[in-house]
Design a binder for this molecule. Structure first.
Ligand code: GAL
Length: 438
């Protein structure tokens, strides 16, 4: 693995105004050349001195990635104070609630994080909280550098509403390499199956080791495990069909997927209800638990904690050839408090330089298709290769596959399921949620 990221992490910056939240460093403008900003207005001319950015990037790798974006912005806008309004909570569960309250009160930040697809449309575009950025796409040449499949997910009524900054793979299984070796277990390869997983989990269980490191305090972590199991059970075509309503949630393969989810709880860390996804990741680094099915922000977490040599990765079992895309981007609010800075922030987010700086810290690959993949680390090369070749499918846990209402129903049902592991009740909840959608 290319471990030259350590030296990047050690890179210390010298100055940047930054207040609030999780990020902390300052920019060394002289050392960086970020941001095209050719069409940018100067904030000074507009009398703007702040930029407030809202996200849920507060864990180690997330904050480090966000800070790279802040540094890139500051190179072109050195006198603008960045207010980091991040709200903690995996998958944005808490942040989205807090943001809705602000938007309803007509107090938007200057930009906020969103996933493309259903989340962007239902939460922000349809209620009229966003201004289109179609003109920025033309100005900045993004129509030629952002993949069309992604543009399709951020375009509504011919207008574009989000600039994607990074692409994550959601169906990755991370694991502790040494614990597998110590127990005579070969590292899995991308063609492994869900049965292979349970064979390994059984061996680990006999040795008294938790096979799976769950952080179910983050409900999304269980939803994501479920959707990855579901993808394995259905295959990519039918997985896409079920989100379109073309396959019923009463399908027997859904039953199998729920039974499989329950089986994961046979050998899981006993303290999962008290942990978030990154807290559970620590158990993998420490070797007290072995596997976690997660998006590749896990890799960013490992980088930030200097544990990248401890972990291996492989696609979630039985999902080889599929890529669950979890795409992050930023929006332009209607009535941004600092509209010039807000547009300049989006210009930064869409720039090749900022995306290249962000990706290795966040564990993502750049959203731009013209990114120089020869500079990617081994993990990013693996993820980028899969993104280019695999069937790209959406995520429920991360807002793209179904409406926020459906997502909330599943979140609530899975909270109950974690406690009672009642397969029929959970499947009924899915069927009801889909009926509510219709
Ligand atoms: C996702 C988001 C990722 C990562 C993850 C865990 O929704 O797209 O960037 O932050 O949540 O919080």
């Amino acid at each position: 693995m290319s471990r030259n990221l350590r030296s990047s992490l050690a890179y210390q910056t010298s100055r940047r105004k930054l207040v609030g939240g999780a990020a902390s460093a300052a920019a060394a403008a002289s050392m960086l050349r970020f941001g095209p900003a050719v069409m940018a207005q100067t904030p000074e001319s507009a009398g703007e001195d702040q930029l407030e950015i809202f996200s849920w990037w507060t864990t180690a790798g997330e904050a480090a990635g966000l800070d790279e974006l802040f540094k890139a912005f500051s190179v072109e806008n050195p006198d603008v104070e960045i207010v980091n309004a991040a709200v903690a909570g995996g998958a944005g569960t808490n942040a989205q609630v807090a943001l809705q309250a602000r938007l309803s009160a007509n107090q938007p930040p200057d930009s906020w994080q969103s996933h493309p697809g259903a989340e962007l449309k239902a939460r922000y575009v349809d209620p009229g909280f966003c201004d289109p950025i179609t003109d920025l796409y033309e100005e900045q040449g993004w129509n030629d550098t952002i993949p069309q499949g992604v543009i399709d997910q951020i375009t509504f009524d011919d207008d574009k509403y989000l600039i994607p900054v990074g692409v994550h793979r959601g169906n990755v299984m991370f694991y502790n390499k040494q614990v597998l070796a110590d127990n005579g277990i070969e590292e899995p390869t991308d063609d492994w199956t869900i049965d292979d997983y349970f064979t390994i989990a059984g061996t680990l269980g006999e040795a008294g080791i938790a096979a799976y490191a769950l952080g179910s305090k983050d409900t999304f972590a269980v939803v994501q495990l479920f959707e990855n199991i579901l993808l394995g059970a259905l295959g990519p075509d039918d997985y896409v069909s079920i989100w379109k309503g073309d396959i019923g949630w009463d399908d027997e393969r859904v039953t199998t997927a729920i039974e499989t989810l329950a089986k994961f709880f046979d050998n899981v860390n006993s303290d999962h209800a008290a942990l978030t996804w990154d807290g559970a990741a620590d158990q993998i680094y420490e070797g007290t638990a072995v596997f976690q099915s997660m998006g590749d922000w896990f890799y960013g977490d490992a980088i930030a904690k200097e544990k990248q040599d401890v972990i291996g990765w492989v696609n979630h079992p039985s999902t080889g050839g599929s890529f669950v895309a979890v795409i992050d981007g930023f929006t332009l609010p209607k009535g941004a408090p600092h509209p010039v800075n807000a547009r300049n922030w989006l210009i930064t987010c869409g720039s090749a330089e900022a995306q290249a700086a962000f990706a290795p810290f966040k564990g993502a690959i750049p959203a731009r298709s013209d990114a120089d993949s020869s500079t990617f680390n081994e993990y990013m090369q693996w993820s980028a290769g899969a993104f280019g070749e695999d069937a790209v499918v959406p995520s429920l846990a991360h807002g793209s596959a179904a409406s926020p209402q459906f997502q909330t129903s599943v979140n609530e049902a899975i909270i109950t399921f974690i406690v009672d592991l009642d397969v029929a009740t959970f499947q009924d909840a899915l069927v009801f949620a889909a009926e509510d959608e219709a």
